[in-house]
Write a protein of this length. Structure first.
Lengths: 370, 580
């Protein structure tokens, strides 16, 4: 442990920690923009600059390690002035479209501009440099005008999803984020996981499926576990008027953090799909107690093979009866059970019990092994 | 889309072969891209293919292809690069006619086989106005000479074989005496004597000698060379590397080009001694792409030195082996920043790294690395040959008093003086001495108005500092030594337009990584463009000053941090002209 001073307050920090880590450990707030706790810090945006006693320049808190006896000012006049100006330089080339922007209300740039009272200068491109919604990706909406070049998308794609889709092209004022060799995302190895969207602090990368449907204060966030596979990722469902309109990473998710796959993040439209099955269905001949076939031929009776929606008890009774018939007539090993990765551990456990103890067969397997 | 069948296709054999030819690793990426560019085959498809063959993400290759100014995705004919640096600007007849006019003038004068491109600075300041015809340096040349240039005329190179009055020649002593392409000629004049002496001693003694010489790095920052080598030598990690920074891309500065051009073996010798002292066996010379002529000369020199066993395995039977590679850049000022240089050498965009860790602990390939300027390495053989004490006193031969900084320095004097060019002298000269004693005085009809001291990122001073003695410490007094260049401007030059030229350079060369430099340089240029055109507005001065303070305090690397130096000093001395 080493001793440092932040804003006059003596605190202890671990050697090797950055100024930001030490400050956060003691509840001292330092604004960040390109920094994200999940990603390797790059020190690009210069929002987290702080004054270190004896230093010639301001230091980026996210990347500067602490040393014994360091004295830091996180909110001196010089620091706040520089932060405000840095924000203004970003805003000069950012469209003034918060009024119609999807992420307004959860935009980190907007929050910081508000905090530092930074308004957009009269000069700059104002976000007229790139086509809006420029990528054909069906899930991810790209508007590079809103990009502030923090490069979190680049890091997220490289470090979390390891697909290396996003990169930095050109230099200086012309610098721009591109997919691959400046090609559509899907041609640059993108698998539409949306990690870049989750880490984008502005509206440069947003979700296409629910674009324009609701802003953060208009939705209820319901934390749930993904129904697709056994990994058990958690995320927040965005619910508006009792409808699920989107999925958002929940940074506190214990298994997956902010990461999700394309199905978890974008495969939610089945929830309100008009053809979604909500109740069990059985063939009419089973309800009527008639044989499936006559002399190996399908019955020609009208509606004989139709699906009929029934209550769970009815369906389960039929299934149980059939299972017992097969077991009694042909032996327990004539049955096999295949469970699903979409089930929970508990459900899979119960399926195991059903197969081995109730039915009496070891024929049980799981889709994840296929 | 989801059902799209993915078919494996092997890499285009031509590109696979090219990548293989250059070594097949990421470090060869720049060479591969340059070759593709030379064939006019640089496009998203070939870049993606090259990236596959190099086993790097496509965006990295594309990021490089669009980062380095010598690479272009557009189809080009033979390229004539017209220097757009401040020295060439000063030499152009119609200074404020604008860049497009310059390009148009050239375009209208060359034949159809050539494409004209502007380039930030060619490092040919003593031959201004200069151009680069494909790989060949030419100057002084004007658009009216275009036909001749197309036919192979390259202007007249500056002759430095005769020392100026008052010069103390150490590193330049052999200019004109040795044939730079013949090692025998170099050997006959005692080049490699320092290395031979070093090899007879042990690395610790060599290191101690360099330390006691107090040689300061000649790239501009003046960090003690011996201390840097000590850091590298004391690192436990091996291999350790030596890198020579020959990316000399700052306007006004061309000393390294002259040193490499006139006596390449001196540099190789200095690097080999560094390798011996630091326990390194491999080195790279990162030379800017515009110095193709010098790069070839160095390669020839390396070959010759190897044939004489002055490089390579078991040098002169000492058991010490050392290999030097030449790596060409491709047009990026930022690559002169040592960590950006290392990134570039590793086959990436030349963006500066986080520091710490510094290169002596974590440099090229993550290994301990000593990065030094060409001039620093060139001084080393003489220190070894004649001893640190001699070096400490070498400056005393010029003046009766001993300058505070030992040794000699390469100086460049440019602009409105009678004898612009390069000379070698001790530290501690004053601007008046530089102009009058070495530069031959102001041109007839010219009176001194201001000077840019150090380099493009140096201080702009008025006559009040003419008699201040200049060394690495004098920037405290408002006049910087930097890399040793001094551009003298007379009454005809507006400091506002001049500063605009500098900002034009910095805005074009900012890497774009951090916000203050990326947008700050661009915005400062916008304001200065307006001011220089007589369209200044209320509040412009304040904004320039605010931007300068921001860039200085908050930029990521030395580039952004030093752009405000000329801005602030120009405003300090010539504030009245900015508000006109």
């Amino acid at each position: 442990m080493i001793n440092i001073k932040i804003n006059g307050q003596s605190i202890q920090a671990e050697s090797g920690q950055t100024i930001l880590q030490a400050a956060q450990m003691h509840g001292i707030e330092v604004p960040t923009l390109c920094y994200h706790k999940d990603l390797n810090p790059t020190g690009n945006c210069r929002m987290c600059v702080v004054e270190v006693k004896g230093g010639r320049f301001l230091q980026a808190a996210c990347v500067t390690p602490v040393w014994d006896g360091m004295e830091i000012q996180t909110h001196s006049e010089k620091v706040t002035k520089d932060r405000k100006l840095t924000l203004e330089l970003m805003l000069a080339n950012h469209p003034q479209d918060c009024i119609t922007c999807d992420v307004s209300g959860e935009c980190e740039l907007q929050d910081l501009a508000y905090e530092y009272k930074a308004s957009a200068p009269t000069w700059g491109s104002k976000g007229a440099r790139y086509p809006v919604d420029s990528d054909p990706n069906p899930f991810i909406r790209v508007d590079m005008n809103r990009c502030i070049l923090c490069r979190r998308c680049v890091s997220a794609c490289a470090e979390i999803q390891v697909r290396d889709v996003w990169g930095v092209a050109k230099r200086g004022f012309d610098e721009v984020i591109v997919a691959g060799a400046n090609v559509p995302m899907l041609e640059a190895r993108c698998e539409s996981c949306g990690q870049c969207v989750a880490y984008c602090p502005t509206g440069a990368l947003s979700n296409k499926m629910n674009y324009g449907m609701a802003r953060t204060h208009q939705v209820k966030k319901v934390t749930t576990t993904c129904s697709y596979c056994g990994v058990g990722c958690q995320f927040d469902l965005l619910v508006k008027n009792d409808k699920v309109i989107g999925v958002q990473s929940n940074p506190n998710a214990p298994v997956n953090g902010m990461a999700l796959c394309v199905k978890g993040r974008y495969g939610y439209d089945y929830v309100h799909h008009p053809e979604r099955l909500k109740k069990p269905r059985v063939r009419r001949y089973l309800l009527d107690g008639r044989p499936k076939t006559v002399d190996g031929q399908r019955s020609t009776v009208d509606g004989h093979w139709d699906w009929v929606e029934v209550e769970w008890d009815v369906a389960l009774d039929i299934a149980a009866k059939k299972f017992m018939e097969i077991r009694d007539n042909f032996g327990a090993d004539s049955l096999g059970f295949l469970t699903s990765a979409k089930c929970t551990n508990e459900e899979n456990f119960l399926m195991n019990k059903l197969a081995r103890q109730v039915v009496g067969t070891n024929n049980i397997d799981h889709c994840a092994r296929l | 889309m989801t059902n799209k069948k993915i078919v494996y296709k092997p890499v285009d054999p031509e590109i696979a072969e090219l990548v293989h030819h250059h070594g097949g690793t990421q470090e060869s990426a720049l060479e591969v891209l340059k070759d593709l560019g030379a064939k006019n085959k640089l496009n998203p498809v070939t870049i993606t293919e090259a990236a596959r063959a190099l086993r790097i993400p496509a965006h990295e290759a594309y990021g490089m292809a669009t980062f380095y100014s010598m690479l272009s995705l557009e189809e080009r004919k033979k390229v004539l690069r017209v220097c757009d640096g401040p020295v060439c600007w000063l030499k152009r007849s119609k200074m404020d006619s604008g860049r497009q006019t310059m390009i148009d003038e050239w375009s209208s004068m060359v034949n159809g086989q050539w494409s004209i491109e502007r380039t930030s600075c060619l490092g040919l300041c003593d031959r201004a106005p200069a151009v680069l015809a494909e790989d060949e340096q030419a100057g002084p040349v004007n658009p009216k000479d275009a036909t001749k240039v197309c036919e192979g005329w390259r202007g007249v190179p500056t002759d430095y074989s005769q020392p100026r009055k008052g010069e103390v020649r150490v590193m330049t002593a052999l200019i004109g005496k040795v044939n730079p392409d013949e090692i025998d000629s170099a050997l006959a004049h005692g080049v490699y004597a320092g290395l031979k002496k070093a090899l007879q001693a042990d690395p610790a003694t060599v290191l101690a000698e360099v330390e006691s010489s107090a040689l300061q790095g000649r790239g501009g920052a003046g960090f003690p060379v011996g201390r840097k080598w000590r850091f590298v030598a004391s690192e436990k990690k091996t291999p350790r590397y030596i890198i020579c920074n020959a990316d000399e891309s700052e306007p006004l500065i061309f000393k390294d080009r002259v040193l490499m051009d006139t006596n390449p073996h001196q540099l190789l010798e200095g690097m080999t001694i560094a390798g011996f002292a630091c326990g390194s066996s491999e080195a790279w010379i990162y030379i800017r792409g515009e110095y193709e002529h010098q790069a070839r000369r160095l390669e020839r020199a390396i070959q010759q030195a190897e044939s004489k066993n002055l490089l390579g395995e078991n040098i002169l039977g000492s058991g010490f082996s050392f290999k030097i590679h030449v790596h060409r850049g491709a047009g990026a000022y930022i690559c002169g920043e040592e960590t950006a240089l290392i990134e570039s050498l590793e086959g990436k965009r030349g963006e500066p790294r986080l520091r710490p860790p510094y290169p002596p602990t974590y440099g090229f390939r993550g290994q301990p690395t000593a990065v030094n300027n060409v001039e620093s390495f060139c001084a080393v053989p003489h220190i070894l040959k004649n001893g640190a004490e001699w070096w400490n006193n070498v400056g005393a031969t010029h003046e009766s008093h001993l300058p505070a900084t030992p040794g000699t320095k390469m100086y460049m004097v440019l602009g409105h003086v009678k004898n612009p060019g390069l000379f070698e002298a001790p530290f501690g000269l004053t601007l008046r001495q530089i102009i009058n004693d070495f530069g031959g005085g102001m041109l007839d009809g010219s009176t001194f108005k201001f000077a840019l001291c150090g380099g493009a990122a140096g201080t702009i001073v008025d006559e009040s500092l003419l008699d201040t003695s200049i060394d690495f410490a004098s920037s405290q007094k408002g006049i910087s030594l930097g890399a040793g260049s001094f551009m003298i401007c007379d009454q005809s030059v507006s400091p506002v337009s001049f500063l605009r030229e500098l900002l034009h350079f910095f805005a074009a060369e900012s890497c774009g990584k951090c916000t203050p430099c990326r947008v700050g340089t661009w915005r400062s240029l916008e304001i200065l463009n307006r001011m220089a055109g007589g369209q200044g507005q209320q509040g412009d001065m304040e904004e320039l000053q605010t931007l300068a303070a921001l860039m200085q305090d908050s930029s990521f690397c030395g580039l952004g941090q030093s752009v405000p130096i000329p801005m602030k000093s120009a405003i300090e001395h010539f504030g009245a002209e900015f508000v006109k």
